[in-house]
Design a protein around this ligand. Sequence first.
Ligand SMILES: Cc1cc2nc3c(=O)[nH]c(=O)nc-3n(C[C@H](O)[C@H](O)[C@H](O)COP(=O)(O)OP(=O)(O)OC[C@H]3O[C@@H](n4cnc5c(N)ncnc54)[C@H](O)[C@@H]3O)c2cc1C
Length: 427
Amino acid sequence: MLNDTRSHGLWEKTAPPAPATPALDENVSADVVIVGGGYTGLSAALHLAEAGVNVRLLEATEIGFGGAGRNVGLINAGMWVMPDDFPKHLGQHYGERALDLLGNGPYLVRELIEKHGIACELEKNGTLHLAVGPEGVKELEERARQWQKRGAPVTLLDAAETERRVGTRAYAGSLLDMRAGTLQPLAYARGLAHAAVKAGAKLHTGSAVTETTQAGGKKIVRTAAGEVKADWIIVATDAYSHGPLAQVRREQVHLPYFNLATTPLSDNLRRSILAGREGCWDTKEILSSFRMDQAGRLVFGSVGALRGTGLPVHKNWARRSLKRLFPQLGDVEFEAEWYGKIGMTDDALPRFHKFGQNVIGFSGYNGRGISPGTTFGRVLAQHILGQIAEVDLPLPLTEVKEPGFRPIKEAYYEAGAQIAHFAGERF
Ligand SMILES: Cc1cc2nc3c(=O)[nH]c(=O)nc-3n(C[C@H](O)[C@H](O)[C@H](O)COP(=O)(O)OP(=O)(O)OC[C@H]3O[C@@H](n4cnc5c(N)ncnc54)[C@H](O)[C@@H]3O)c2cc1C
């Protein structure tokens, strides 16, 4: 997007087109105006429109321009935070509610895809969280124990079964989560946009919000060429926030993450690598992830930005890592490369904010936003529709808090990933 092949890479090449969404060029009224055309905004728009609400969505660039169009496509259940730690961080009431919604989030994603016939390469074969060494196994054993006591369909697999599924001996075991899966992330975002339009929502792209104000009890959201007057504003701009909503982004530390996609693998290779098409990521601190797309391209990613010296360093590391993990691949060619910024919060949990009366939003999904964005977008709709009281939202209301040394931490993550990958960090 924006003539940058490293912004959305493979997903932009293979996603079906988005619906026609003209820029806002007039002054209009609505019940709800949503800022941001990613999963949170689109899910809110869809659910509000289905309930007969007059809704406008304003997206600065294109549908899926933010994290929604650039991610790995792992439909995760839960967050990085261990299940038992949710109530510790959020209190019993919010902790259990958030855990329940986020644990079941992938089911909502599947339901919407099926209900609206969204062509987005959905795979329902689960994800494998891969254990690196005995420490990794210990972490996954604990995670399995905590999810299993809540009845979640997760299974700890030993090294041999992991090798059989993944096609490498590199891992000491894995946690199979059958709630989870993979999809084509930009195709999913565009599919949600089609569904929202069909339900009656009005979507505008190329419509950056430059000002928010109020008059006569109404909220007013302005773009360069128009304005929307509404009763509610949903702020769904997350890590890519700019303009008057930039405070959402300033609350987060950005972690760069890149992906490289091989050319489609031969049938033989596809039988030996991830034949079951599970989505994978590992337990390392500088983690790696990989998955297949529908055409059999292996999408391999890790922490880092594909710019400056990062471009050759991360690509060379990825080539070496793939060779070590899957010697059967030989020398790989990459067909696409891209990267984006993941918005991390200091406790790795999302946030619910109010930026004024009837100005609300969720953000900060810490690299796990497909299910949470979809789920919390629906929660925002349900709240506006009066179906969920504020006290029953999945997160407590918090103030936006800027973390200390944010720019230094961001520079450290980008440089640190480069140094680690240059120094030969394993796969
Ligand atoms: C490289 C990468 C890998 C990831 N991998 C995964 C993964 O495998 N699984 C997973 O679940 N999650 C993953 N994530 C996280 C996930 O993509 C995000 O959490 C998710 O996209 C957040 O959705 P959202 O709708 O809240 O925000 P976004 O998708 O970021 O959308 C926000 C939108 O707001 C728009 N916007 C901002 N400011 C304005 C303004 N002033 N006016 C109008 N519009 C504005 C932006 O242009 C953007 O399109 C990953 C993220 C990245 C970057």
